[in-house]
Design a protein around this ligand. Sequence first.
Ligand SMILES: C[S@@+](CC[C@H](N)C(=O)[O-])C[C@H]1O[C@@H](n2cnc3c(N)ncnc32)[C@H](O)[C@@H]1O
Length: 223
Amino acid sequence: MNIIQRSKTQKIIDTIAFPLRAFTIFEEDKWGLSSLRTDRCDYCAGEVQGYTLDVGCGPDNWFIHHNLQGNGIGIDVFKYRGLSDENIVEDITHFPFPDAAFDTVTFIANLNHVPRSQRDIELAEAYRVLKPGGNILVTMTNALALLVVHRVVEWYDRIFKTRHDMDNIRGMGHEEEYYLKDEEIRSRLHKAGFTNLQKKRFPTVWGLNWVTIGWKKDQNLSQ
Ligand SMILES: C[S@@+](CC[C@H](N)C(=O)[O-])C[C@H]1O[C@@H](n2cnc3c(N)ncnc32)[C@H](O)[C@@H]1O
C-alpha cells in the first residue's frame, strides 16, 4: 500500500517546533514546518489497513487524497473547498456504502464534531461498513491545548481576516464539542461493538494528541 508520510528529519524539526506550529499555522504547512493537520493525518496513515473511509474528511479530502493516494473515500456534511458531490453526505446517520466495504474507518479530529445524539449512530455505521478484522481510528487532542489553540487562531482569523480554522468556516453546532474525554470515546466504541481498544500518543505533538484504535472482530480468527 502506497502511503505518504513525513521524513524522519521533518519529524524531528516538527517535534522541536511544536509550540510554534500549534499557534502559528493551523491547517497549512508553512516555513518548513508541518501543520497540525499534517501531523494527525500522517500518524493515522501508518495505522490504516487498506481501503479506507474517512468520516468528516474536511477540506480537499486531504487524508485520502494526499496520505493514502486515493485509496479510499472521504465523506463530510459540509462542502469545504476541494470536495465533490461524492464526498457530501447530507444525512450522514446513514453511510451510503454496503456492509463490509472498508478495511479501515477514520474519525480524524472529528468525533467531537459529530452532534452528541448522532455519535453512537455514526459509530454503528462505521462498524457495519468495516470488514471483519478491520480497524477504526478516532483521534482526539488534549482539552486545554485544543481550547487555547482554537482561541488564538480564532482571534488571529478575526484580526487578519483570514480563515485558518476550518471549524470557524463552518460554525460549531450546539451538540458539537471542542474535545471528548477518553471514557466517552472508549465507551461509545465498545457500545458499537469494537474490541481490543488501544491508545497511542503522537510523539511529534509531545503526546498531546492521540488516537484510539478499535477492531471489528473477525469471528473466523481468534483475536
Ligand atoms: C476539525 S474538522 C477535521 C477535518 C479532517 N478530518 C482533518 O483532520 O483535518 C471536523 C470535521 O467534522 C465534520 N463534521 C461535522 N459534523 C459531522 C457529522 N455529523 N459527521 C461527520 N463529520 C462531521 C466537519 O464538517 C469537519 O470537516
